[in-house]
Design a protein around this ligand. Structure first.
Ligand code: DC
Length: 230
């Protein structure tokens, strides 16, 4: 365990499927901090929209979705083996929010201003006492612009597609590698080019390209940045 002098906020942003959540989780575990995967929150709203017929053929019914936003409750529970489970209105949706159907629609939902306003407010509330590691696309730029430590993670598209493909295949999905790769490239493009809070590196974020790093090497890398808070 690493002990810091005072609690800090660690913001991790970056491209899809470059291991942001896994890294954020490991750091949080090491510091005994709260870990929040903000992407899971956008995925949960997307699942809600799909289940309630509020998105069809890639087009969201923004007006109707806005009406439901205040009644969408999202929270996280940690099981004893350190796995995080996402709950949507009391139901465990951890598996459902990782499906290709949700991945294919999440960009459409996450570009809606009202969705972002609601989720950013929830995320900021989770960080009021600091001692939090949150990963996403706009954490260092919008959610916690004052975060003490900001990382911007990336990896080559090939490496990211292979990792995500393995993850999905291990869960029994029959998805094709090209399908995964196309979805990642498309989500990166939308994330970087949308009008609302596009994905971009905060000026004060440290870049981490982990294409050729093991999780252990990544952890060694971050430790030298944590030292200054010890
Ligand atoms: O991290 P992820 O791939 O599970 O995120 C799913 C989608 O949610 C991603 O394509 C972009 C969106 N997202 C966002 O717009 N802002 C965030 N802070 C986190 C995720």
């Amino acid at each position: 365990m690493i002990v810091l002098k005072t609690p800090i906020v660690i913001a991790i942003d970056g491209h899809s499927s470059c291991g942001k959540s896994s890294f954020a989780k490991t750091i949080a575990n090491e510091l005994k901090y709260l870990f929040i995967d903000s992407g899971a929150m956008y995925r949960a709203v997307t699942l809600f929209a799909i289940n309630n017929g509020l998105i069809a053929n890639g087009k969201a019914n923004v007006e109707e979705l806005e009406k439901h936003l205040s009644s969408i409750d999202i929270n996280f529970k940690q099981s004893n083996n350190f796995a995080y489970q996402t709950y949507l209105n009391g139901e465990n949706v951890e598996n459902d929010i990782r499906s290709m159907q949700v991945s294919a629609n999440v960009s459409e939902i996450s570009k809606i201003k009202a969705v972002r306003t609601r989720l950013v407010a929830l995320q900021q509330k989770m960080g009021t006492r600091k001692a939090i590691v949150m990963d996403g696309r706009d954490i260092g730029t919008v959610v916690f612009p004052e975060a003490e430590l900001k990382l911007f993670m990336t990896a080559s598209l090939e490496v990211r597609a292979q990792r995500r493909f393995k993850e999905l295949s291990d869960k029994g999905s029959t998805v094709l590698l090209t399908e995964v790769s196309d979805n990642l490239a498309q989500r990166d493009f939308i994330d970087e080019n949308r009008a609302e809070s596009p994905l971009k590196r905060a000026d004060d974020a440290i870049i981490l390209d982990n294409s050729h790093l093991t999780p252990e090497q990544q952890m060694e890398w971050i430790k030298k940045y944590l030292e200054k808070f010890q």
